[in-house]
Design a protein around this ligand. Structure first.
Ligand SMILES: NC(=O)c1ccc[n+]([C@@H]2O[C@H](COP(=O)([O-])OP(=O)(O)OC[C@H]3O[C@@H](n4cnc5c(N)ncnc54)[C@H](O)[C@@H]3O)[C@@H](O)[C@H]2O)c1
Length: 264
């Protein structure tokens, strides 16, 4: 067999990996024989890493407490990954937060600052230090978690959407900067993913409409052409494609991974 789709043995760091999409990405990469560092500000990242290591003993699985809004801590994460695993082939900048929806004129500016610090600067930090390492290697791929909300405006989500739009343009600029070094950069845009972040919105929407959570989920599922929520494994699939020779001609894109929910 050729090495066209080979990824086993590659080294990855995943942020926001204690739960949700990030945990699913790390778990799927380990299941495919990649070595992974899970990073998160939540202490639960240790249990997540230990569970993945127990399920996939052939993969090297490590964890780190990291607040991605700290430039120093993200720099330390890349240093730890390289000193532990030897190199960095995949940087999955996935950690993100949402806040309660609010119209622009009702938005607390502290929430805007918080969203920018984590969703934009957090990913910028990951890009900055992964780029330095990947330039030195002459290879690698960076996957930033973006969002449909960064492509199209949504009432109540101006602050969150702007951080994701910033991630998309950061992705394009960095892709151009890193192309001469053989390093690719893309954004992955979830639609509706089965995570705690999304369930909080489902609960709030159900309450606002006076219906049950299950009824609210049924309404959402009807809007997704493929009829199911997204999982970390869906995003890991794209990451492994981008990290292999088969995806090596793709850079600077904001790729929808959303079951057909939207096309922009
Ligand atoms: N769930 C969805 O439907 C959806 C849709 C579009 C985009 N996204 C994006 O996907 C990414 C993952 O979201 P999720 O749904 O898995 O959310 P989640 O809340 O379930 O998980 C996010 C993880 O990021 C971690 N995190 C938050 N702030 C951090 C920080 N400062 N430093 C380090 N870790 C931090 C959290 O502790 C958590 O473990 C986010 O960037 C989010 O904006 C999610």
């Amino acid at each position: 067999m050729s090495d066209f789709r080979a990824v086993a043995g590659k080294k990855a760091a995943v942020t926001g990996a204690a739960r949700g999409i990030g945990e699913g990405i790390a778990r799927t990469l380990a299941s495919e024989g990649l070595d992974v560092v899970l990073a998160d500000m939540r202490p639960e990242v240790q249990a997540a890493a230990e569970s993945i290591a127990a399920d996939f003993p052939d993969a090297a699985v490590h964890w780190r407490i990291v607040d991605v809004s700290s430039e120093e801590q993200v720099s330390d994460l890349i240093g730890f990954t390289v000193s532990t695993l030897g190199r960095l082939d995949i940087m999955a900048n996935n950690a993100g937060i949402h806040v309660a929806p609010a119209n622009v004129w009702e938005t607390d500016m502290a929430d805007v600052d918080k969203l920018m610090a984590v969703n934009y600067k957090g990913i910028f930090h990951g890009c900055k230090f992964a780029a330095k390492q990947m330039i030195a290697q002459g290879s690698g791929t960076i996957a930033n978690t973006g969002s449909f909300f960064g492509k199209v405006g949504h009432p109540g989500s101006a602050a969150y959407g702007a951080t994701k739009a910033a991630v998309h343009t950061l992705t394009m600029s960095l892709a151009l900067e890193l192309a001469p070094y053989g390093v690719t950069v893309n954004a992955l845009c979830p639609g509706l993913a089965a995570t705690d972040m999304h369930w909080a919105f489902v609960e709030a929407d159900a309450q606002a409409r006076g219906i049950s959570v299950d009824e609210m989920k049924a309404i959402e599922l009807e809007q997704i052409p493929l009829g199911r929520y997204g999982y970390g494994s869906d995003y890991a699939g794209a990451i492994m494609w981008l990290a292999s020779k088969s995806g090596s001609y793709v850079t600077g894109q904001s790729i929808n991974i959303n079951g057909g929910l939207n096309f922009t």
